[in-house]
Design a protein around this ligand. Structure first.
Ligand SMILES: [Zn+2]
Length: 251
């Protein structure tokens, strides 16, 4: 695979980075990332991953854009209200980088369709807004040994989790939270959320995708990143694999 002159120019600021170079950029261009949820987290994640040249990006979302989404879902414009999220996101991303493959899945992820949608992607980014979907994605990624970069936001707080099931000792979401919490139905809609925390967490998720694909830097796998945007603290808390967890015999 050879880059065109335009591609070299587009990615030049990354290619000159010693940790990326032409080889790293080619790796990114050959990679595929599935983003679940074109919302607050999916917006910055998909914008950065498109801009920095991931070869194939899929977006799963069946929702319609509402005016109340616009404070944090920065991939959409006022004129996009009432349109379908995944299709609109793809159309907007195409303008940013026409060289990459963009696919939209106008579906709600469930047990029946997850394998068909996700099997052809190397990395899964979870930007979903409910625990049922989070656990579904976690269990799928454990089973099929996918890299999972998960993010969550609430009010002024955020968390990022990197699970790399290609590695032997990766914990999973259930090691942290064995079962769906009792107050599982609270989300941004009911609790409120500041737009910028979506930008912070989503950008870190995109950065984690790059790090895992290129195996550079210190992996967040084995830790949870806890962000408090009001105190402006970033804490990395150790997360060990649980011996009796579902993931234990699988990786
Ligand atoms: Zn586990």
């Amino acid at each position: 695979m050879k880059f065109t002159k335009k591609q070299i120019e587009r990615y030049s600021r990354q290619i000159i980075l010693k940790k990326i170079g032409t080889i790293g950029q080619k790796k990114l261009t050959k990679s595929s990332v599935l983003i679940i949820g074109a919302g607050g987290l999916g917006s910055p994640t998909s914008i950065y991953l498109t801009a920095l040249g991931i070869g194939k990006i899929g977006i799963v979302d069946n929702d319609t854009i509402e005016t109340s989404n616009l404070s944090r879902q920065i991939i959409f414009n006022t004129g996009d209200v009432k349109k379908k999220k995944s299709k609109t996101a793809i159309n907007n991303l195409k303008k940013l980088n026409p060289n990459i493959k963009l696919v939209s899945f106008l579906q709600r992820l469930n047990k029946k369709n997850i394998n068909k949608i996700a099997k052809k992607f190397d990395v899964i980014v979870d930007g979903s807004d409910n625990f049922l979907t989070r656990f579904l994605i976690n269990d799928y990624c454990v089973r099929y040994k996918k890299i999972l970069i998960s993010g969550a936001i609430d009010k002024f707080d955020g968390q990022v989790y990197t699970f790399n099931f290609l590695k032997k000792n990766s914990p999973c979401l259930r090691c942290f939270m064995p079962n769906i919490p009792v107050d599982a139905d609270t989300n941004c809609e009911s609790e409120g959320v500041i737009g910028t925390i979506a930008g912070i967490v989503g950008s870190i998720q995109a950065n984690e995708v790059v790090k895992e694909i290129l195996s550079i830097g210190d992996s967040l796998c084995g830790y949870i990143l806890i962000i408090d945007a009001l105190k402006l603290t970033f804490r990395k808390v150790k997360l060990n694999k649980l011996k009796d967890c579902y993931c234990y015999e699988k990786n």
